[in-house]
Write a protein that binds this ligand. Structure first.
Ligand SMILES: [Zn+2]
Ligand SMILES: [Zn+2]
Length: 188
């Protein structure tokens, strides 16, 4: 069975070099749907708590929220960094509080202090699905990701790669040593 959750990300981006309006900087509310699949965890009668999927995903994906997403070779990147530097935004600001944990994968690098994500490929909806899967595939048993942004939407199915031991009392992932970080249950 599947547990499914959806949440929104607000970001600015552009398709550098694309022949169309999307080569201009613009913004979206993107909507990500994550589907995880597993057996029903008998202790709690659910596959995986949806609020926990959101929490695990949001810890890294909030890097995309109220953020600028630019391709690594976009000439806007040094220009924006220059302005952020001169105006005290590049290395963090007292009002930049909702920061994600920095990450760097083969497809994207997040700079939470500057609310900037630099991507290898253009961040289309397809590109975002590839980025999200790479970030979360070891943390959640993802079988489908769907991302919509404006009139664009993409969806992809995956073979789950994670092997997740779940707490029989609250449903979330146990730590490597078999302890539940939320309720303290111990497997052994
Ligand atoms: Zn767009
Ligand atoms: Zn628990």
């Amino acid at each position: 069975m599947r547990s499914i959750t959806t949440f929104d990300l607000q970001y600015a981006h552009r398709f550098y070099g694309f022949q169309g309006e999307a080569q201009y900087l613009h913004g979206h509310t993107g909507r990500l749907t994550i589907e995880v699949e597993d057996t029903v965890n008998e202790g709690v009668n659910m596959v995986y708590p949806c609020n926990e999927i959101q929490k695990v995903a949001w810890d890294v994906l909030k890097n995309f929220d109220h953020a600028l997403v630019l391709r690594h070779d976009d000439p806007l990147l040094p220009a924006v960094l220059d302005v952020y530097e001169r105006t005290g935004l590049k290395d963090g600001h007292p009002q930049n509080r909702m920061k994600g944990e920095a990450f760097s994968t083969s497809l994207a690098t997040a700079y939470p202090d500057a609310r900037l994500v630099v991507t290898k490929e253009t961040m289309t909806v397809e590109g975002m699905i590839k980025i999200v899967h790479e970030l979360l595939r070891d943390k959640l048993n993802i079988v489908r990701l769907t991302f919509t942004s404006g009139v664009n939407a993409a969806s992809a199915d995956f073979i789950p790669q994670a092997r997740i031991d779940r707490c029989p009392l609250c449903g979330i992932s146990l730590s490597a040593d078999g302890v539940c970080p939320k309720c303290g249950y111990r497997k052994h």
